[in-house]
Design a protein around this ligand. Structure first.
Ligand SMILES: Nc1nc2c(ncn2[C@@H]2O[C@H](COP(=O)(O)OP(=O)(O)O)[C@@H](O)[C@H]2O)c(=O)[nH]1
Ligand SMILES: [Mg+2]
Length: 529
């Protein structure tokens, strides 16, 4: 038994090493250099004092030509600190509010511990003494904001994972699909007080862990042509980091639209990363800070903390983690309701040539918004594959490994008994996995009470946002996007004839995008009536 366990362990270690190698290979060469350099810089932490000549080695410098020739990493950290001090008062005030949340958060952590225990008993035979601890992330946090403001770079700085691995993404240097990465955040007791980190250590030394939380990040594409992808990601988000580049005028079009998408999805817990702080002077950083604060106040996000960061240098990531941990609590999910899981991706994991007996069924990935699911359960896909689609849960896994029972919260993947070919290339994205028979029949005609999105940034396109009969709109419902043609539109009701059926319940909110000057722009949200 012991030997077998050891052999399995060795096998697992080998696999992980191979995986790491592969994932490194999939990263562009320049990113590798950057990542290597960053590790060095993070370990040097706030004592960074690199020379200007060293800095010229950084690949991003070619793209981000700094308006200030004296900029260096020293400067990045320096400005970060200065801005931190200047905004300290405001941040502190926010922390007062957050102190209340913290009590809740502590309780949540206890729940996590309880959950852990339950999961253990489910996963492992009762005689196993020290089972491997496999946790399901308990919350999804979105990385949102305008293109090129640093969402993917910040996701990497926080989680260690570079999400843009799709070949087209690497070629074009932008995120196309939703990216995913899990990380555990630690609240640590150290000599310098309470510290938050993505490692259970402080200044290279192990520290006392007060609590921890496993978080899934959903990295959204910021390009205008990919607004509908971002919108379908919003359904998964329980909170978000809004990334705003400090060297550009705030707000940029997608800064507004992404924040509005969250508002429509009912997400009010947001933290702003005022990124690329290394590219501007302290004075400009403060001006930009005020512009961001005004923008947030205008859009109803008054309590949102703003944390200056320089993703490429790993600067101030600990403060960003602290803001996330204190400002974005794990929401209360209702586990007693029937299962509802949003499917954000799907895949066929069988390699070509796999023997029939070894073929694994379709895999669906996403997050549960209510209810629980256990291996062996029957689930229904909604709207389904050309009619009623019921299948069995064969396996459930998180980034760390297999579990028996999944709860609402972070990202997970379910292995089903469906033919794997139906899951290829994210074909099941937009479907929902629910308790059999718990949803009303799918609809093709959708009646909505529409609320227009008043504040488009460009005044000249305002009149183009009016909804007219016969024109097409993209409807985002959950993670699903479907084209619908307007058949009626007045102050009371807008009716859409959808190209494909969708599973929808009365009272549910959908986002509406319209093609304006060749781009799908978020113009309104509607409530199903
Ligand atoms: N100087 C500087 N460049 C950054 C920083 N964060 C990101 N970048 C660069 O900005 C560009 C866009 O970053 P990316 O993470 O892909 O942005 P996204 O489109 O929001 O995901 C890349 O060239 C990054 O190297 C930062 O803090 N400082
Ligand atoms: Mg990106």
């Amino acid at each position: 038994m012991k030997k077998k366990e050891l052999a399995e362990k060795a096998d697992a270690v080998k696999k992980t090493a191979k995986k790491k190698e592969q994932s490194l290979e999939s990263i562009p060469k320049e990113t590798k250099i950057k990542a290597k350099k960053k590790t060095k810089e993070v370990s040097a932490n706030e004592e960074i004092s690199k020379t200007h000549s060293e800095k010229t080695l950084l690949p991003h410098e070619h793209k981000e030509s700094s308006p200030h020739p004296h900029k260096s990493e020293t400067h990045a950290v320096h400005v970060t600190h200065e801005v931190k001090h200047e905004v300290k008062h405001e941040i502190k005030q926010e922390h007062v509010h957050e102190a209340k949340h913290e009590v809740k958060h502590e309780v949540k952590q206890e729940h996590v511990h309880e959950a852990k225990h339950e999961d253990k008993s489910n996963v492992c035979p009762p005689f196993t003494k020290k089972p491997k601890e496999i946790l399901q992330p308990e919350i999804n946090i979105g990385m949102i904001g305008h293109v090129d403001h640093g969402k993917t770079s910040l996701t990497k700085a926080i989680t260690g994972k570079w999400c843009d691995t799709h070949s087209e993404e690497m070629k074009r240097g932008i995120s196309i699909r939703l990216g995913y990465a899990d990380v555990t955040f630690y609240k640590l007791k150290t000599d310098s007080g309470i510290v938050y980190s993505n490692k259970p250590e402080h200044n290279g030394k192990a520290a006392e862990v007060i609590s921890k939380r496993m978080v899934s990040f959903v990295d959204a594409p910021g390009h205008e042509t990919l607004m509908t992808t971002m919108l379908s990601g919003a359904a998964l988000m329980n909170g978000a980091v809004l990334v705003i580049a400090s060297n550009e005028v705030c707000p940029q079009p997608r800064t507004i639209e992404h924040l509005m998408a969250l508002k429509f999805a009912g997400v009010d817990k947001v933290v702003v990363a005022q990124n690329k702080i290394d590219l501007i002077t302290k004075e400009d950083a403060l001006k930009n800070y005020k512009a961001i604060r005004d923008f947030l106040d205008n859009y109803g996000y008054k309590d949102t903390p703003i944390v200056p960061t320089a993703a490429n240098f790993g600067a101030n990531i600990d403060s960003l983690i602290e803001a996330i941990e204190t400002h974005i609590p794990t929401p209360h999910f209702d586990e007693s309701k029937p299962l509802k899981m949003f499917i954000a991706r799907s895949f066929d994991i069988n390699k070509p040539g796999t023997k029939t007996k070894d073929i694994k069924g379709a895999i669906i990935g996403g997050s549960i918004s209510q209810g629980v699911v256990t291996v062996g359960d029957e689930i229904e896909l909604c709207p389904g594959l050309k009619g009623k689609t019921i299948t069995k849960v064969i396996s459930i896994s998180t980034d760390q490994g297999l579990i028996q029972k999944a709860r609402p919260g972070g990202l997970l993947a379910i292995g089903t008994a469906l033919d794997p070919s139906v899951a290829q290339n994210d074909q099941l994205r937009g479907q929902m996995a629910v308790k059999v028979g718990s949803l009303p029949a799918a609809i093709k005609e959708m009646q909505l009470k529409v609320s227009m999105f008043e504040r488009m940034i460009e005044q000249n396109i305002k009149e183009k946002t009016i909804i007219k009969v016969t024109e097409p709109l993209v409807v985002t419902i959950g993670t699903n996007t479907v084209v619908g043609f307007v058949t009626k539109s007045d102050a009371k009701m807008t009716v859409l004839n959808l190209k494909n059926e969708v599973a929808a319940e009365k009272g549910e909110r959908v986002a509406l995008s319209k093609n304006i000057n060749g781009q799908w722009r978020l113009i309104a949200y509607g409530e199903i009536i």
